[in-house]
Ligand binder design. Structure first.
Ligand SMILES: Cc1cc2nc3c(=O)[nH]c(=O)nc-3n(C[C@H](O)[C@H](O)[C@H](O)COP(=O)(O)OP(=O)(O)OC[C@H]3O[C@@H](n4cnc5c(N)ncnc54)[C@H](O)[C@@H]3O)c2cc1C
Length: 405
């Protein structure tokens, strides 16, 4: 296994770190000050500082770093992207600044790999330019969606159109005023083989019959201006040419999409864990109780040491998954991706919990710690709950022995 970064990545790392220090971190508070908080998502606005920062990042060549395809993006492989994504993970607004934020990254990857020339021209181009944003509608309120074959929503072919019906929720990003397109997944042919029943369809958000019912709170935050929408699709008609890669190819695309998407989250979670540990250490060194800095009390040094061990192990596991993805593709890296998808959010959740604890009462009211905790907790569910990934890991482990017996 080779975790070395290319010369190009080694040049990009300090450049990105400088951009973070000089442009993003000093403007982070401005971003949050400019946010419009409202229960009505239609009132939400994109903080103007975001578009200013995006323009600067694009001019600096720090753009679409996640895309391994050189024709469309930076052309870095996953091993090279990992340290960059980790740096952006230290600040929640950073990934978007570099046009590297979910769910657009996964959606762009789908269009690069599976989109028709017209689909690329109409939707990929403005996504790559950071002019619009997108959502991914797979999860449904009515069924246990961690088993994606449960999906009930339909997208039936009717002549040269597709007719879409059903209810989805947790479509992240659909509250953003710039969100123009959804990738919807539903059943096209209920009689087909289990993994060939579904299709992915491009559905412009302003198509008649698409109705946003509400934005779901995540631990009491609506995550403005991004939002996580519950959406009703009622006799929505789009051209047949909006099906991606042809009818019945939904699962094939989903696997391709979720591989890189999942690992990108994990790379950023390592950076978020580093940030949580930094906050923990700074607080522990700077506050005195019982005549000593907090880090000298009880088992606080052990907590810090264990956090360091956990982050370094998670980083190595992430690099292993990145290496496997580069070498063997998504299907050859499924187990490694599942492993890090379980480990990374749990490591962050554990460390941020300790950081909150050492901050005392202030810990539960600190907005940055709350955001980090929310991120960790949600990512133990999004892109598949921990248990589903453990199931995949156990399946492979057991297969070694079942084959022998
Ligand atoms: C913040 C956030 C953002 C999201 N963004 C998106 C998005 O953009 N698009 C989208 O389509 N979806 C999105 N999701 C949805 C997410 O992918 C689903 O919530 C997840 O796949 C679980 O599906 P479910 O909610 O239906 O839970 P269920 O399938 O009902 O599962 C509930 C629980 O059952 C248990 N369970 C399930 N399977 C097993 C098993 N094999 N073994 C043991 N226990 C098990 C687990 O504890 C699991 O958490 C998002 C979710 C969150 C929280």
């Amino acid at each position: 296994m080779d975790f070395d970064h290319s010369e190009r990545a080694q040049l990009l790392i300090p450049q990105l770190e400088r951009f973070m220090a000089e442009e993003i971190l000093p403007n982070q508070q401005t971003y949050y000050d400019q946010l419009v908080h409202s229960n009505d998502y239609r009132q939400w606005r994109v903080p103007p500082i975001m578009e200013e920062l995006k323009a600067k990042a694009r001019n600096a060549g720090l753009w679409n770093l996640f895309l391994p395809d050189e024709q469309y993006g930076a052309g870095l492989d996953n091993r090279d992207y990992a340290p960059l994504a980790e740096i952006t993970g230290r600040c929640p607004i950073a990934p978007e600044v570099f046009n590297c934020a979910a769910p657009d990254t996964g959606n762009m990857e789908v269009l690069v790999r599976y989109g028709s020339p017209e689909q690329k021209e109409r939707w990929l181009k403005p996504l790559l330019a950071g002019e619009i944003r997108s959502g991914y509608s797979m999860t449904e309120p009515a069924v246990a969606s961690s088993d994606a074959t449960n999906m009930k929503a339909t997208c039936e072919v009717d002549g040269d159109e597709v007719v879409i019906n059903g209810q989805k929720w947790w479509t992240s990003g659909a509250g953003d005023p710039r969100c123009k397109i959804l990738i919807f997944m539903g059943v096209t042919d209920p009689g087909a083989d289990r993994l060939k029943r579904h299709s992915m369809v491009l559905v412009p958000l302003d198509t008649p019959g698409v109705k946003i019912l509400r934005m779901l709170p995540v631990l009491n935050s609506l995550d403005e201006p991004h939002g996580h929408a519950e959406i009703l699709f009622e006799n929505v008609r789009v051209p047949l040419t909006n099906i991606i890669h042809g009818p019945g190819r939904g699962f094939e695309i989903a696997q391709g999409r979720l591989g890189p998407g999942r690992i990108h989250h994990c790379m950023r979670l390592i950076g978020a864990s580093e940030r949580a540990l930094q906050l923990l250490c700074q607080r522990g060194l700077g506050r005195i109780a019982f005549g000593k800095p907090l880090v000298e009390l009880g088992s606080n040094r052990d907590i810090i040491a264990n956090a360091r061990l956990a982050i370094d192990q998670a980083r190595l596991l992430t690099m292993k998954a990145a290496w496997a993805l580069d070498k063997r593709g998504t299907f050859g890296a499924l187990n490694d991706i599942s492993a890090i998808k379980v480990v990374a959010p749990n490591v962050l959740q554990h460390i941020v919990d300790a950081a909150i604890q050492i901050h005392g009462g202030e810990g539960v009211s600190d907005p940055e710690l709350s955001r980090l905790l929310g991120m960790a907790r949600a990512l133990r569910l999004a892109d598949g709950p921990d248990e589903v990934h453990r199931r995949q890991i156990a399946k492979l482990e057991l297969s070694k022995y079942l084959r022998k017996s």
